[in-house]
Design a protein around this ligand. Structure first.
Ligand code: NOJ
Length: 713
């Protein structure tokens, strides 16, 4: 902590009563308490509020500034895909969709736009990025992740944090980032949201900690503790996780906020505390600085200290962390972030969101039917998701979170796939017929016959399938990843027409779309592309741009095949008499692999070199097709012999190259020795000398990679 910051914090702390310290640690849920109660909390000296917008925030801030010590409150909000809880803000693709671009700079720009809009609303802090790994697609929150890989997640998270926080936390358009949910929340057993993550600390350090370390290194000001538990210890009560590891080893200096009602959950869900007093003591001692929504913490903390059951210095330490961030961000001088509200949803910001949507489109199969050429005159567009803005944006927006809100109608600009295709068909003089067919959940509006009739005379069918908002988010884990409702039946009936068919997947996660993958002429993955996702899909179909998305997550063939993440550990018994590890009834390979994604051009690789002394590698990449294209060159490593099991391969670097037709480029990489490290049985990250295999190529699939072995001393 800088000396001048420390001095100011110490001076403030010395003047605070026990009550004011306890209040500083409280984050008040505005929607739950209402205006009057919120104002009372502000006067009492509450440290923070969440989910307050615009003028309501300004009123609360005035009350806080008029309190005895006048310490301004921090306003936190889930601006996780743009400032999307504000109904005029720019709505970006989800983290998962953005991750398909594999482009840290694009993600940084999304963070900048979000920061400007949040700050212009007078708010200070977004609960983003989310660094959980999507290793089990049944989990309801896969859409909020950057996918399954620690390295890609870390790179994108660091960029997003830089975007939110800018160069200076005190700048009028900088906001605080929050790395969440610490730790291993996405690994909950059975993908049951907030359940125990049945893993060891060695595993946590190997797989789940690295992205969080990247967040600390990027200067992330705040961390959020996960709802769940790691090997039976709730993260909210885990002093080892918060004090020894996060602060002691990782060097985190900001403040830690719990997730929603985590303290209450210690009593009523996780049963590790008998009452609010015990839970509050556990949470404070473990090293949580700010307590989200469990308002009983306030009275409990005061009583615990008065009764000698909790040392006041524990509160002092937490308050010090919170005040340090407040001082560093200039909150004491400027209680409200200021900016021109006209920037909220402005044309320039919408353009960045459109660019992100375009970059997220990932082409997974194409037998040549795409891009749609001028000779195609009659197109049938089928599927509810082709015209459902709620399914398209996903959750955490003003009209979709926590549940679709009938009070809130989506505000333009936005474009569904149907609207995007109508515009492009009109421009090209092609005829577009639309029929809903069915959605992802059964509805009275389902009409498969009408869809078949609409498709009958067409030369090409575009079918949008996927999931919808009731299947997305917290508490929406799925047991079955197959296309839900009557979507499989709709697909079969349309395939039976014998007309070329393109499947567009508009979904929050990888779904098991094996029939579409096998029998459609093309498959396009759009995930949740935000307000402009429909336009991006339509443009990709018509070849207005060349899709360059690469999957940040693997697709299973079937729910029973989960997990299928690419960086698995070896050792699955091969079937007797063969070299192949597999289920009796399914291969081991995913339907679509991590890193996979096609283009309207093609790329060839050769000339792989590795210099083990200099720790550099290079490879030649050539655009062998007829269109300019963007290739994502991926570098994987395997430790040939190691003291603990290490993945069959894991990503350590990637680089994007834009190549004109026929153009060739040598792409070079420089590694850090620790890129080849593992976490040993003593939980130390070390490089074990010996043989390694370096693999560079187009995706994580074995057949897409050039390989070379090298030795490290
Ligand atoms: C619960 C979610 O788990 C977390 O991601 C979010 O930031 C908080 N609630 C605040 O809404």
């Amino acid at each position: 902590m800088k000396a001048d910051v420390k001095e100011r914090v110490d001076a403030l702390l010395a003047r605070m009563t026990l009550e004011e310290k306890a209040a500083q640690m409280v984050q008040v849920p505005y929607a739950m308490v209402g205006r009057e109660e919120a104002l009372r909390w502000a006067r009492r000296g509450a440290g923070s509020f969440l989910h307050v917008l615009g003028d309501d925030a300004r009123e609360i801030q005035r009350a806080a500034c008029e309190s005895r010590l006048g310490i301004p409150v921090l306003f936190g909000i889930d601006a996780v895909r743009g400032h999307a809880l504000n109904d005029h803000a720019t709505v970006f693709p989800t983290q998962l969709a953005c991750a398909c671009a594999w482009d840290p700079e694009l993600v940084r720009r999304m963070g900048r736009v979000t920061a400007r809009e949040v700050a212009a609303d007078g708010l200070h802090w977004t609960f983003s990025p989310l660094l959980c790994l999507a290793r089990d697609p049944r989990w309801g929150r896969v859409n909020e992740t950057f996918g399954e890989d620690p390295h890609l997640t870390g790179e994108l998270a660091a960029a997003l944090i830089r975007g939110y926080q800018g160069d200076d936390l005190a700048a009028p358009d900088s906001i605080l980032a929050c790395a969440k949910h610490y730790l291993a929340y996405g690994e909950a057993v059975g993908a049951r949201d907030a359940c125990d993550s049945e893993i060891t600390w060695r595993k946590a350090r190997e797989v789940f900690l690295p992205p969080f370390q990247r967040a600390v290194d990027a200067g992330c000001a705040t961390f959020m503790t996960a709802y769940g538990s790691l090997d039976g210890t709730p993260l909210t009560a885990d002093a080892h996780a918060l004090r020894d590891v996060l602060r002691g080893e990782m060097g985190f200096e900001g403040f830690v906020v719990t997730d929603w009602q985590n303290v209450t959950s210690l009593v009523d869900k996780q049963h590790v505390a008998a009452d609010a007093l015990e839970a509050s003591a556990l949470a404070a001692q473990a090293g949580n600085d700010m307590i989200m929504s469990s308002l009983e913490f306030y009275e409990s903390a005061i009583r615990l200290v008065r009764e000698g059951r909790l040392e006041e210095r524990v509160l002092d330490e937490a308050v010090r962390h919170i005040l340090s961030v407040k001082v560093e961000m200039g909150l004491l001088e400027h209680p409200e972030k200021e900016g021109d509200r006209a920037c909220i949803g402005c044309a320039e910001h919408q353009q960045t969101a459109l660019e992100a949507a375009r970059r997220s489109v990932t082409l997974l199969k194409n037998d040549g039917v795409l891009p749609i050429g001028p000779q195609t005159r009659r197109i049938a567009l089928i599927g509810a998701n082709a015209d459902d803005i709620r399914a398209q944006v996903g959750d955490w927006t003003y009209f979709t979170h926590p549940l679709p809100d009938p009070e809130h109608v989506p505000v333009r600009p936005y474009t569904t796939i149907r609207e995007g295709m109508e515009a492009l068909c009109a421009a090209r003089g092609a005829e577009l017929t639309y029929a809903r067919g069915c959605g992802a959940v059964p509805s009275d509006l389902d009409d498969l016959d009408a869809a078949v009739r609409a498709a009958e005379g067409a030369e090409l069918i575009v079918l949008a399938v996927g999931d919808e908002i009731s299947q997305v988010g917290e508490t929406k884990d799925r047991a079955d990843l197959a296309l839900s409702g009557r979507q499989e039946e709709l697909l079969e009936r349309l395939l039976a027409l014998g007309i070329p068919l393109i499947t567009v997947l508009l979904a929050s996660k990888p779904l098991a779309i094996e029939a579409a993958a096998a029998r459609a002429n093309a498959v396009v993955c759009a995930f949740n592309g935000g307000a402009h996702g429909g336009q991006a899909v339509a443009e990709a179909l018509f070849g207005e741009f060349n899709p360059s998305g690469r999957l940040p997550v693997s697709f299973p063939r079937h729910s029973g095949q989960v997990p299928v993440y690419y960086n698995a550990l070896p050792g699955w018994h091969p079937r007797w008499g063969t070299q192949e590890s597999r289920y009796c009834d399914l291969p081991a390979t995913p339907l679509y692999a991590f890193g996979e994604g096609l283009s309207y051009t093609a790329f060839a690789y050769d000339g792989l070199t590795m210099d083990a002394q200099a720790l550099t590698a290079s490879v030649r990449v050539r655009n062998t097709g007829h269109r300019p294209g963007l290739e994502t060159v991926q570098v994987y490593v395997r430790d040939c012999v190691s003291s603990v099991l290490t993945p069959v391969r894991r990503l350590i670097a990637f680089e994007q190259v834009a190549l004109e037709p026929g153009e060739e480029r040598t792409v070079r990489f420089t590694f850090d020795r620790m890129d080849f490290s593992l976490v040993n049985r003593q939980e130390q990250r070390v490089v074990e000398p010996g043989c390694f295999e370096l693999m560079i190529g187009h995706s994580s699939r074995d057949e897409d990679l050039l390989k070379t072995e090298f030795t490290l001393d």
